[in-house]
Design a protein around this ligand. Sequence first.
Ligand code: AHR
Length: 500
Amino acid sequence: MKKAVLHTDKYFGSTDIDKRVYGSFAEHMGRLVYGGLYQPGHPTADENGFRQDVIDLVKEQGVTTVRYPGGNFVSAYRWEDTVGPRELRPVCTEPAWKSLESNQFGLNEFMTWCKKTNIEPMMAINLGTRGADAARGVLEYCNFNVGKYAEMRKSHGYADPHNVKMWCLGNEMDGVWQIGHRSADEYGSIAVQTGRLMKRLDPTLELIACGSAGVVVPTFCAWDATVMEHCYDTADYISVHTYFDNRNKNEQDSANFIAASNALDNQIKSVIATVDHVRAKLRKKTYVNLSVDEWNVVYRPHGKVPPQEWTFAPHEIEDVYNLEDALLVASLMMTMLRHADRVKIACQAQLVNVISPIMTSDNGVWRQTIYYPFADMSRYARGRVLPMAVECEKYEAGIYGDANYIDALLTETPEEETLALFVVNRELHDSTEITLDLRQYEGYKVVSHSVLNSEGLRDVNTEAEPNKVAPHAGNAKVEDGILTAVLENHSYNCIVLKKA
Ligand code: AHR
């Protein structure tokens, strides 16, 4: 058995967690909206056609905010086609994903769904085929009480404004795949003009400028610097997007893959360094923070099943996640939480059916493996991140460099007198005994230790076997102020302590 010693000290500072890091993303893509959020006639559908079984799982998962309506989809989005009487809404071709869009679930339906699910909406605007004028229209439609667009909303049956605070200024505009892809200067210029107009209309908005679509984009960080030079005074956040994939399924790759959070750590540090460089150069006092508004494990490339274009709600990138994906998702979330001073918003891509923790069929819903770490952290990591040092063995994780066998994060919710310890044991063959001296937290006892593990790293949950990979109880305990637990090989653990 391996051993690891964890250390914390509450006097060494802590970082508050913004609850919007437990966000998700709902793009009009595949079966996310149609067959996921919305399915009139489904046995659980409410009077709006919203699937209640999906709402129940989204609530249980603890999703706090949802980015909408894309993604690549937003770069050809016409919000006007999505509002008003349903029978008058056009069926449109959707060029980003080459599907058909019925517009039966539109802007107002999304806002109603958010209200019902107790979720804060985050809107993206189209800076691909459109610009400041369309942004003004959709903003006034959503947030205003007076004027043409507010009257239009009222005539559609929505008397009260939706009051959307967070707005993304386009999506992945650095990507050559993006409809309306631009250079950094062109994008920076349109983003600042649009953002200024939006803040003139509503100064309380929080705007997110497009950062690089990932480290693989050749202009990574150069793009971000140029965009920030244009937008520093207008954007409150810069976006970070990141996807991870274990293509070669041999064991060494698994060990490397579950350490890929090192790359996210590096990406976040690089973007912080870039925006802070611009801050120094422009002699600014304020900080621009990060919105990691697309992140997940994705097994790309793969297309529609069956491979037909221009159909409604095709099966598209419906990845089936396994145990090792869940281990990485846990480490990705811990990585973002370690940067809680700068990462204020994060959206897992995506919410249901499309690269998602929640899957549906006509008959039911089920939780994928990656659902569990998200649900735990949203539930228990709500207060602040405590300092943590980990003494353990390391291994060489290929392109991800040196990796600790034990990846751990400790959080505290003071008003509930609760501590939560999240740990991934990356040792694939052996269990690991961890100890953590908690004598500073007198009287705290373990109330739960949940373990996500399975015999095989490639084990998955399916509709036929939805609980193949599901949490079971672990053995953590506190004696004389010292927490100990024996962690199973390749396991994710959530240990919750409360003052007795
Ligand atoms: O999440 C799927 C797609 O990935 C999004 O539409 C796009 O922004 C990203 O490239």
